[in-house]
Design a protein around this ligand. Sequence first.
Ligand code: SF4
Ligand code: SF4
Length: 457
Amino acid sequence: MSEEKKHSSAPPKEGATEGKPDAPTFEQVSSCVHCGICLESCPTYKELRVEMDSPRGRIYLMKGILQERLAPTETVLAHLDQCLDCRACETACPSGVPYSQILEKTRQVLEPQRPHGLIVRLLRWFLFRKLLPNRGVQAFVFKLLWMQQALGLAALGRRLGRAGLLPGKLGALAAQAPAIPFRSFRQATKDAWHPKMGVRFFPARGEAKRRVALFTGCLADQLFAGVNEATVRVLTENGCEVEVLTTESCCGALHIHNGERDAAKELARANVAAFAARPVDAILTNAAGCSAELRHYGELLDHDPAAEAFGRKIRDITEFLVEIAWTPPGGVLSGKVAYDEPCHLLHAQKISAPPKAVLQAIPGIECVPLDDADACCGSAGLYSVTQPELSKKVLARKIDAIRRSGADTVVTGNPGCIMQIRYGLKEAGLPVKVFHPVELLAESYSRNETAQKAEGS
Ligand code: SF4
Ligand code: SF4
C-alpha cells in the first residue's frame, strides 16, 4: 500500500507544520538538494542499500510527513527509527543540511502519534521522567543492579540474552549489560565536599591557574566513575581547580534523540541556572554525547542569552587541554593504540585533532591507524537496545577494523561507544582493551609520579 495520502499530488505546503512547537522549518526540510553525496557515509544505507534508509530518503519522508503529504505509517516510522542520529551525513553534506535538527524535531512532532503499548509508555516515563532527571533514583537503581550482578544474575542474563532465550528487547539489554561499579564517582568523592562553596572541590596540584567545573553526567557518573576520576586527575595536574556541582542535571541528550524535547528543555534550564551561579572559566565533559547537547543549549532554548553563554563554556576534556597548552604526562606506557572517533565528538562538534594530539603525547605508546575510525559503532544512545540487529551489523564493521589495525587498545571519548565496542570485542573473542583517552593520560601521570618518588627515596 502506498504511504502517500490521497492528497499527495498537492504542492508542498510551506506552513503545514506551523503551530507545532519545535517542528523543523520549511527551509530546513527543503535544504536537501538530493545530490546523494551523503549516502555512502550513512551506516544504515551501507548495510541495507535502501533509499529510505539513507539521509536523502529519510529527509524525503520527514518532509512528506511534516507537509502532511505522507502518513507516519509503521513502515515510514521504521525507516526513521533505523537512523542512528550519528550525523555522519551532516559532515558529508556540501549543502549544510541540518539533518540532526530535522530528525530530532520530527521525532518530537511524531511522538504523540506513536501507538506505544502500556509497557513502552511506562518504560519511557520511568527512563525520561524519573531515572535520568533524578540522582537519588539512579543511585537506588544502580545499587540494585550492582547487587544482582554480585549475585551472578547479570552474568546469567547475559548468557540467556546471547542465546536468544529472553524475549525481544530484554534479550538485547541483558546481553549487552555492562559491568556496574560498586560506587559512582559522586559516591566515591563525598570527602571532596566543600561546605563553604557548596560543591565538591578538587584543588590544583601545584599553582592554581584556572577554575573549571566538571560535568559528570548521570549514567556516566554511575557507570564510568573511573573516567571521571581520571578527568579530575588530569585537570588538577594541569593547574585546574575542579568543581563538581550537586545541582547538575542530566544533559537531556537521550530525551532529545527520543522525541522528549520538552523534558530536555526543563533539564537544560536547570543546568544553565546551576552553572551560571559558579565562577568557572569552563565547563568540561568527557562524554561526547553530553557535550554535543550542552554546547547547543542556546539553540534548544530559543537563543536565550544565558543558555548561549553556558554553551560557549562547554569543552570536551581533550579540546580543553590543547587549548590551555597543557603539560603532557611523562610516565611511560606501552602498546598499540587505535583511536575511534565518537560521532558526537566528530560530526556534532567537529573535534578530531585534540584527542589524537593528547594520545600522541603519551610516551611509549604506538598510535596505529584505524580504518573508518569516523564510522559509527552502532551504540547511538538507546539504539543498541531498540534496534539490536542493525546495531550489531554496524558494530561488526568496527570490530573488523579493530582486528585489522593490530591494536591491543582502543581509545574513544564517549561512554556509550566504550560500552558498545567492549561488548563487540568480547563477543568476537578479541583481547583488546577499551579506554577513554583521559584514563591513559591519568595512568601516565601516575606512573611518572611513582617513578619520581622512587628516584627521590
Ligand atoms: S544520522 Fe547517521 S544513520 Fe541517520 S541518516 Fe545520517 S548518516 Fe545515516
Ligand atoms: S543531505 Fe546533503 S548530501 Fe545528502 S542528498 Fe541532501 S543535499 Fe545531498
